[in-house]
Design a protein around this ligand. Sequence first.
Ligand SMILES: C[S@@+](CC[C@H](N)C(=O)[O-])C[C@H]1O[C@@H](n2cnc3c(N)ncnc32)[C@H](O)[C@@H]1O
Length: 186
Amino acid sequence: MEIPKKIYFKLRPLILPINDILSFIPEKANILDLGCGKGLLLRHLNYFKTYTGVDLNIPIKSDSINVSFVKSDCVKYLDRKLSHFDTFLLIDLLHHIKPSEQFFFVNKLLNVMKKDDILIIKDIHPKNIFTKFWNSFHDLIVSKQIINYFDFYNLEKNLPEKTIILKKHHKRIFLYDHYFLIIKIN
Ligand SMILES: C[S@@+](CC[C@H](N)C(=O)[O-])C[C@H]1O[C@@H](n2cnc3c(N)ncnc32)[C@H](O)[C@@H]1O
């Protein structure tokens, strides 16, 4: 059974560090939010130029000309022209992607990004066995999926030369270990 949108919008901010995410988004950004879910982040955004949310499940419509939602697989979406975006968000998307596709996906995205573009990755990065177990259990119940934790360490070690890491940031809320990696194209 799917969680009703109203309840989801109340509960998810209790475990998601939304203000931290917002603090990394530049003003007047042209945002591509890959794996946007129910569009929670959009509800909290104040100063942006355009917003496009992409997800396999899109229960949202937009009447605004600077906001759009696209039903698509994120990996396939990268084959489109993306040059009008400058801020890319991967918020709790990567652990839903097959391990064999995770690095291909992030590298493909980094390759199409232009100078000064920013990539904000926020994913679950369990620091110990309890939080790891809890997060896996959470997703099994909520998404009915066995998740694949993203190997941040490997990405950080193998980033393309044209990138710089602006910030790494860890925050625990209850039993949720959130890890941020903010990357800029040099
Ligand atoms: C944990 S939710 C995060 C939603 C949103 N980013 C947020 O923070 O509220 C993960 C989302 O990724 C979407 N998703 C998973 N795999 C995907 C894929 N291959 N392409 C597009 N969306 C995907 C799911 O449908 C789900 O809405």
